[in-house]
Design a binder for this molecule. Structure first.
Ligand SMILES: *[C@@H]1O[C@H](CO)[C@@H](O)[C@H](O)[C@H]1NC(C)=O
Ligand SMILES: *[C@@H]1O[C@H](CO)[C@@H](O)[C@H](O)[C@H]1NC(C)=O
Ligand SMILES: *[C@@H]1O[C@H](CO)[C@@H](O)[C@H](O)[C@H]1NC(C)=O
Ligand SMILES: *[C@@H]1O[C@H](CO)[C@@H](O)[C@H](O)[C@H]1NC(C)=O
Ligand SMILES: *[C@@H]1O[C@H](CO)[C@@H](O)[C@H](O)[C@H]1NC(C)=O
Length: 180
């Protein structure tokens, strides 16, 4: 507690120095803020979509690998917070349970890096929108890494670079052949 208050004061002083280049700065970079960014991001992924506008900049972009689909992989460009929320809703579709768990976090100023695990349970096959070759009820887990870039002025997430452990994920989903 004492340490985090100390950090808060130190970063408050530091932010005064940047106030000139960022006249409408409405957040102070500190460990609490970085942790809040992680919690808001993970909570949004876990279904609290009401956090959209306190978590993301309106024009947040997501960079990630292509997604496997039954007719070949697809690219899903995301350049706004509403597209991001739509993508999250799509990712949830069909699973009986779909939840991200945080394994590790690293912070470097406006960069926040999360090592996560998906903790999910396969739903009815006719409801799933990704190809999956495991029976309903199978527990599926794999890890991935998301790098969040915080906006210097608002502290909101302006970019996410996301990488699943893809080959592990495809194995967990029972896929051995996939069109790219
Ligand atoms: C976020 O802001 C946009 C633009 O103002 C709005 O359309 C959207 O409904 C808001 N989302 C939430 C969850 O309040
Ligand atoms: C997002 O919007 C901010 C503020 O309007 C702007 O400075 C930034 O260049 C935009 N980023 C992208 C990727 O369009
Ligand atoms: C894949 O292609 C088949 C045949 O063209 C089509 O019927 C099916 O709807 C397509 N599936 C997806 C997910 O696009
Ligand atoms: C993962 O999900 C299962 C339910 O499918 C739950 O029992 C378990 O506690 C979850 N694990 C973690 C680490 O949240
Ligand atoms: C995911 O990461 C955790 C912690 O680093 C590790 O214990 C676990 O074995 C990993 N799971 C997979 C499926 O790679």
């Amino acid at each position: 507690m004492i340490i985090s208050n100390f950090l808060w004061i130190v970063s408050a002083i530091a932010s005064l120095a940047s106030a000139v280049e960022c006249p409408r700065c409405d957040f102070v970079l500190c460990r609490n803020y970085q942790e809040r960014a992680v919690n808001n991001y993970i909570d949004t992924w876990n279904g609290d979509f009401s956090l959209e506008n306190i978590t993301f900049a309106p024009n947040v972009s997501l960079y990630q690998d292509r997604l496997p689909g039954s007719n070949g992989s697809i690219e899903l460009p995301i350049g706004t917070s509403s597209e991001f929320i739509k993508f999250m809703k799509m990712a949830h579709t069909g699973w009986n349970h779909y939840q991200f768990v945080v394994h590790n976090v690293a912070f470097d100023k406006y960069n926040v890096i999360i090592r996560w695990a998906l903790n999910a349970t396969v739903g009815p096959h006719d409801k799933m929108i990704i190809p999956i070759n495991k029976p309903e009820g199978t527990h599926i887990t794999y890890n991935g890494t998301d790098w969040l870039y915080l906006d210097h002025c608002t502290g909101k997430i302006k970019q996410v670079d996301s990488a699943q452990d893809y080959i592990t994920a495809l194995h967990a989903q029972g896929l051995t052949e996939i069109k790219i």
